[in-house]
Design a protein around this ligand. Sequence first.
Ligand SMILES: CC(C)(COP(=O)(O)OP(=O)(O)OC[C@H]1O[C@@H](n2cnc3c(N)ncnc32)[C@H](O)[C@@H]1OP(=O)(O)O)[C@@H](O)C(=O)NCCC(=O)NCCS
Length: 450
Amino acid sequence: MSMPDQTVLSSAGEAERAAFRAGPVDEQSRERLASGGLDYRRLDVDGDAFGAWLQVVARGFQDGERSAEQIAASQERSGYRRVTGVYDPVAPVPEAPVATIASWLGELTVPGGAAIPSCAISAVTVSPTHRRRGIARAMLEGELRAANAAGVPMAMLTVSESTLYGRYGFAPAAPAASWRIETKRAQWIGPRPDGRVDFVPREKLRELLPVVHERARLRVPGEIDVPAGHWDNIAGTRPDAEKAGDKRAVQYADASGQVRGLAVYAVRENHDDFTKATVTVHYLVAEDDEAYAGLWRFLLELDLVAEVHANELSTDEPLLWMIADQRAATVTVRDHQYVRILDVPAALEARRYETAGRLVLDVADPLGIAEGRYLLEVGADGAGRVTRLAGDAVEDAVEVALGVTELSAVYLGGVSLATLAAAGRATSTAAATAARILSWHVTPRLSIWY
Ligand SMILES: CC(C)(COP(=O)(O)OP(=O)(O)OC[C@H]1O[C@@H](n2cnc3c(N)ncnc32)[C@H](O)[C@@H]1OP(=O)(O)O)[C@@H](O)C(=O)NCCC(=O)NCCS
């Protein structure tokens, strides 16, 4: 339940992250699972139990068995995670969990260029032998309550299936666009910046990725601070990386020699026609418009390439306006970054607004965590102030009634409140006014999976 006088984290420093990792499992979920004979407990990433936990995660995602090398590589890169399992003591292999979940305290970029502490959740699996008896629900509710108790104002995840997480208050808040670009048809008409593009070895890429990303991530709502191990996956520098040699890396340096952007891609040859290879862009990060144009131009003008594929792009890419023939790009959109507000005042005060105004938000929450009536007052400076209301009427304020899922959906600016009202997902005395206050001019995006 919401705790009005509890301390809410305003930053995610090393001390806060360590405290979150070491925090207890939620007692309510522990008791619920114990009543079914199951043991819900955190485990030590450095300990012996980790290998069995990881094998269960791999099996849960229909992946193959992990080798000793893969387990060691994963263990070495999992120190940032709070790792939890559900164990069945009477199973033939009681040391292997029957369900898994991992989480960590990270940061989510919000409209206006600030970051809010956020509980990232991943590795959610329930063994097919134990499915559909409420174990995933107990774990999800448990992690959300644990995050709320630790003062974390937000939770986030990326999903295997879209239908799983709305019931816990999560909403798709930053969609991902997949692009297939016919390069010969596209024709570059964008800027031709002065900087230079050069190939760099993967090890150098691995060094530069966190540096450039750190300078870029606050530009776009929905992006997160990326755990170090993910960079090894992207750069192909994990000791157990497969086909790492396929990855080519380039950097964009501005006229002064500063590296401002990076791209990593792989090329698949076409043996029937050597002019028709396909490039897959695994990751592209640009900290300014110049680097963005420089890297995309390089990719679209590669010789012997007919198509470029890229995923996890924004639905509002400047790239579309940098090519002469927009029909050269086939764009497919789907849900990607899910967020779940845990603390309404902290979340709404962390972001900025483009229009001044007053909204009363009547928020329903199936888990009770964010439930309540709140007055959001946005001043001319774009800052928001939130007051919890006892239920009294407020003069000169637009009323909005919605669920925490819908509030989470509009939070990053990825969908208009007017659209949700038209879809019957929110009601308001003036949906257009409320939509103007909650909207944001930068379309949210998340360029990785986690
Ligand atoms: C998805 C998964 C974790 C569900 O675990 P589970 O323990 O069977 O789920 P629960 O019994 O706790 O079900 C909780 C709710 O989700 C619903 N649900 C579960 N799996 C679902 C699915 N695949 N699609 C739609 N709804 C689903 C249940 O009906 C239940 O609904 P309710 O509580 O609102 O009535 C499990 O099937 C699994 O491990 N899948 C493969 C790995 C995966 O996709 N993980 C998710 C990664 S993001």
